[in-house]
Design a protein around this ligand. Structure first.
Ligand SMILES: C[S@@+](CC[C@H](N)C(=O)[O-])C[C@H]1O[C@@H](n2cnc3c(N)ncnc32)[C@H](O)[C@@H]1O
Length: 318
């Protein structure tokens, strides 16, 4: 299954929920949702049908991609408990369970009662016992002391002030028994929050898991921001709601994962789309030296052939 494909159960649960609430134009609602996020509004102003149809597929795909990256580095990590903070409809919980079906207990914290009751309805319809028995609280970040081996905060820091990101990250780190992951839109605004969280977490002794390849100061500055993209398929309803002409979209995302265990980090990570010509492959890489450009000449046939297969986000040594 690719990062963007979702297990059938989640699509069935969502389709049933949407069917029971067909209403005015999903396209209008979707447009309002896009505008709301573009103007930095928070989720309390958005429509749940539009979120499920046009936003959740992208957040699910980005979360799944990040969890896959986490497993590549934290070899053998297999959480039994997960805490999904700012859970919305439970996106990160569904993604974590698809990655680790052995998860025994799920907790969700969600400030907006409309979202927490939606998360409950979807969990009940899931047919997955860890979701059906999940603990879903209508509460704000920091109000619950629940701990879990894996804590995920997906697309919630965008709803905090930039200066609050470090403190919020430390609160959630205290609730994490092993791994803590933050995922945000891949925008300068999203990355600013990730950068603040990164500094606070590393100062508190957390070990880097990714995407960084070192634990020193982040070398991104000026107009540059660290982000990646994840392609996902659009459903018919998703295309219709967005008046889209292509059956896919690319979700830009920024992320950070830290751990209580120290793992070996990749030597370098590709942080932009590789540029391939007949002469060379040019890679923008973040490594222990900072941001560097690596050129792999076509005359080095083996290395050039291998470099042509590398993608944005890959470990440069793969
Ligand atoms: C953009 S949605 C993301 C939902 C889900 N995590 C996903 O990735 O699809 C952000 C969610 O965070 C919730 N939220 C915002 N601030 C929060 C806070 N301080 N504590 C708990 N939840 C919060 C919002 O109500 C909303 O449901």
């Amino acid at each position: 299954m690719s990062y963007s494909e979702r297990p059938g159960a989640i699509d069935q649960a969502i389709a049933a929920w949407l069917q029971s609430r067909e209403g005015s134009s999903l396209r209008d609602k979707s447009e309002k949702l896009t505008q709301a996020y573009r103007h930095g509004k928070n989720s309390s102003q958005i429509d749940l049908c539009a979120y499920l149809t046009t936003r959740m597929p992208a957040t699910y795909a980005a979360i799944t991609r990040v969890l896959t990256e986490v497993v590549l580095i934290a070899e053998g990590f297999a959480p039994r408990t997960v805490l999904d903070v700012g859970a919305g409809p439970g996106t990160a919980s569904w993604a974590a369970l698809a990655k680790w079906p052995e998860i025994e207990h799920v907790s969700m914290i969600e400030a907006d009662a409309r979202f927490s009751s939606l998360a409950k309805e979807l969990a009940q319809a899931s047919g997955i016992s860890a979701l059906q028995s999940s603990h879903i609280a209508t509460a704000k970040l920091g109000e619950s002391g629940t701990k879990a081996e894996l804590v995920i905060a997906a697309y919630i820091f965008a709803e905090l002030e930039e200066r609050e990101a470090g403190e919020a990250a430390l609160k959630l780190w205290a609730q994490s028994e092993q791994v803590f992951v933050i995922i945000e839109p891949g925008t300068p605004r999203g990355f600013a929050r990730i950068r603040n969280a990164r500094a606070a977490l590393l100062a508190a002794g957390a070990h880097m898991l990714g995407p960084c390849t070192q634990s020193g100061a982040c070398p991104m500055f000026g107009k540059d921001w660290c982000h990646f993209t994840q392609r996902l398929a659009r459903s018919r309803e998703h295309m219709h709601a967005k008046a889209a002409t292509v059956p896919f979209e690319d979700e830009p995302f920024s992320w950070i994962a830290v751990s209580r265990t120290k793992y070996t980090l990749p030597a370098g990570r590709i942080i932009a789309s590789p540029v391939t010509t007949k002469i060379n492959v040019e890679l923008k890489v973040c490594n222990a030296q900072g941001l560097v450009i690596q050129q792999i000449a076509s005359r080095d046939k083996q290395a050039y052939k291998r470099a042509k297969k590398l993608e944005w986000g890959d470990d440069v040594s793969t």
